[in-house]
Design a protein around this ligand. Structure first.
Ligand code: ADP
Ligand code: ADP
Ligand code: SF4
Length: 583
């Protein structure tokens, strides 16, 4: 089976000469393999196309994909966004009393699948608006049949937590106005530590506060089906775990489906996962459900044995031991202690040093002064006691990235660096961050994950000695996190520059950092920094504070959160071994 996908946003027939049609060998022999539709855009016949791939290369806007698929998928077609549109195969099976996760790249159809389950989008099975009877009988013999019947009758009450929490920020008003039933929200608010912000204005909330308000809004609804599209962005590890526990609780009496890219949290939260694979923007297949441990392991390995499908050429691997020998150390700069006082918050930092070619991880709870520290190093704000004059050029990527700029991505990056367009730039920045297809898009139209990758590129494009990236993992999928990790490490080594990464994704911190700085104190009141430590000491120091231990999965060696108070948790705490195994 072959499908042809035309990205309608990229296709610009007014600026081309219909190369797709002119060069198609089948058209040349008189077939109607490519015709021009009413919207002046081409329509490629999947029956007549022989898959030569010439149009893919000839289209000046990279708008075409021709994909060969296994014949078995034909039966599993769930939805097609029109002729030559994205195709979704399979569907997740929501299960009452359980949390079902969907794990897959961005653009692979996860939201489409959810919209179908939520009754937002009627599936067309690849045809033209089939009646519900046909849809229901298509799922005959599967758990989805009854579910579809209930959707068709409008019997499913749905609550959703959207990925884009800025939509809530734009609603205005005070936080408590978002919750019609105040009585019920009190317990929820205290479980999520947002009780003190209920009287604040929604527009004044930080990203982490907004995320928790969004989670609470979804949970507070009386529904049968709860869907959470990413819960972790902007939350610290404590907040992530608390939110995960709460969601597990509501799943006991309802059905929960989540999309989550922080694998440590997905592992805690879900009972089963559906791996979604395919070609982003082209097609997506929702695989059959697997237990969460096995599913995540297969995903990391990049191979699904039951389906006999490789979804990625390489495995994503973890170190069991902390990196041992330090590289030769060149100190790039040293700084003396300093303090910063806001009316309600004090940051107290002892002196430290920045090493050349090193990636330093920075961890700690939210509102403990990490961003303030980064901004002071970057010279964006001044300390009140002590001074900082690093004589270093610093490039800084903030945690929250504003999206309102009305400028094309390539123009934006070109305005930052003269290297834009060079083969160096393409190899080091554009390709590993998968920016090729974003370059001709407008910054204002990018999704969260796309904007994040452009912001990482922009930060690394500036000439600097020290690069500070605040939460680069937010909105990136697992693949993109792994690619960004590799590329940031290589960037530091190849250019002999230093990088500091503030992040809450423990997997990303583990894969990325040479050393670790740990912030502690009392959130929103005072903060100070410990370290920098070697990785093992640093992880122990950090995780001891949050009282979380990790064991290793025997097969993939990936870290898994131990249940609080379990035998392993107690043993590891007694040994003081919270993350890496003893050397
Ligand atoms: P994910 O949630 O995995 O990021 P989505 O389900 O949002 O993926 O989107 C999958 C693909 O479907 C996208 O590449 C997009 O191009 C396409 N798509 C989504 N919504 C529509 C729509 N309303 N019309 C046409 N194509 C769409
Ligand atoms: P983190 O990055 O660890 O989440 P931040 O450095 O952003 O923490 O903030 C630490 C504390 O300082 C928070 O309580 C925050 O409200 C407060 N704070 C940050 N910037 C300002 C400011 N410009 N004015 C007053 N308080 C601030
Ligand atoms: Fe032109 Fe490419 Fe669109 Fe064909 S697919 S009409 S070549 S822009």
């Amino acid at each position: 089976m072959r499908i042809a996908i035309i990205d309608k946003d990229r296709c610009q027939p007014r600026k081309c000469t219909y190369e797709c049609q002119r060069f198609c060998p089948k058209v040349r022999t008189g077939d109607e393999t490519v015709i021009i539709g009413n919207d002046r855009k081409p329509v490629i016949s999947e029956e007549l196309c022989v898959g030569c791939g010439i149009c893919i290369k000839k289209c000046p806007f990279d708008a075409i994909m021709i994909i060969q698929l296994s014949e078995e998928l034909r039966e599993r077609e769930t939805h097609r966004y029109g002729a030559n549109g994205f195709a979704l195969y399979g569907l997740p099976i929501p299960q009452e009393g359980r949390v079902t996760g969907i794990l897959g790249q961005n653009g692979i159809g996860k939201t489409t699948a959810i919209r179908i389950l939520a009754g937002d989008l009627k599936p067309n099975l690849g045809g033209e608006n089939p009646p519900w009877d046909e849809i229901i009988s298509h799922y005959r013999g599967s758990e989805l049949q009854e579910y579809m019947r209930r959707i068709s009758r409008g019997e499913i009450r749905v609550a959703q937590k959207p990925q884009h929490i800025d939509l809530i920020a734009s609603m205005g008003g005070d936080v408590h106005e978002l919750f019609p039933d105040e009585r019920e929200v009190n317990e929820l608010a205290s479980r999520l530590d947002i009780d003190h912000i209920l009287d604040r204005r929604v527009a004044d909330l930080s990203g982490g506060e907004l995320q928790r308000v969004a989670i609470a809004m979804c949970i507070s609804k009386d529904a049968d089906f709860y869907f959470f599209d990413e819960i972790t962005p902007y939350l610290d590890i404590h907040q992530r775990i608390k939110a995960a526990k709460l969601i597990r609780e509501i799943s006991k009496e309802s059905t929960v489906v989540i999309v989550e890219h922080d694998l440590a949290i997905l592992d805690l939260l879900a009972d089963a996962v559906h791996i979604a694979y395919g070609a982003p923007g082209g097609y997506g297949v929702i695989a059959h459900p697997k237990g969460v441990r096995v599913g995540i392991n297969e995903y990391l390995r990049g191979f699904l044995p039951e389906e006999n499908i490789r979804i990625r050429p390489e495995e994503i691997k973890f170190e069991v031991h902390a990196p041992r020998a330090q590289k030769e150390i060149f100190v790039l700069a040293q700084f003396d202690g300093f303090m910063k006082r806001y009316p309600e918050f004090t940051l107290d930092i002892e002196g430290g040093e920045v090493r050349r070619g090193e990636v330093m991880g920075i961890v700690g709870p939210n509102a403990i002064g990490k961003t303030t520290f980064a901004k002071i190093l970057a010279g964006l704000i001044k300390p009140d006691v002590g001074s900082i004059d690093l004589d270093l050029k610093i490039s800084y990527k903030p945690q929250y990235i504003k999206r309102e700029r009305d400028i094309r991505v390539d123009k934006f990056l070109r305005s930052i660096t003269e290297r834009f367009g060079s083969s160096y730039y393409n190899t080091e920045i554009v390709r590993p961050l998968q920016l090729e297809r974003l370059l001709d898009q407008n910054m204002a139209d990018l999704s969260g994950g796309e904007l994040q990758r452009v912001a990482i590129a922009a930060c690394l494009s500036r000439e600097a000695d020290l690069y500070i990236l605040d939460e680069p993992s937010a909105h990136l999928d697992v693949e993109q996190r792994a690619l960004a990790t590799k590329m940031i490490r290589r960037f530091a080594e190849n250019n002999d520059v230093s990088v500091m990464i503030v992040d809450h994704d423990i997997y990303m911190i583990d894969l990325l950092s040479d050393r670790l700085m740990v912030f502690e104190g009392e959130p929103s009141v005072k903060g100070n920094a410990l370290g920098p430590f070697e990785m093992r000491e640093g992880m122990n120091c950090f995780l001891k504070k949050v009282e979380i231990t990790f064991r290793r999965d025997e097969e993939s060696k990936r870290p898994r959160v131990n249940k609080l108070g379990s035998k392993l948790d107690r043993e590891q705490k007694a040994k003081g071994e919270y993350y890496y195994q003893e050397l």
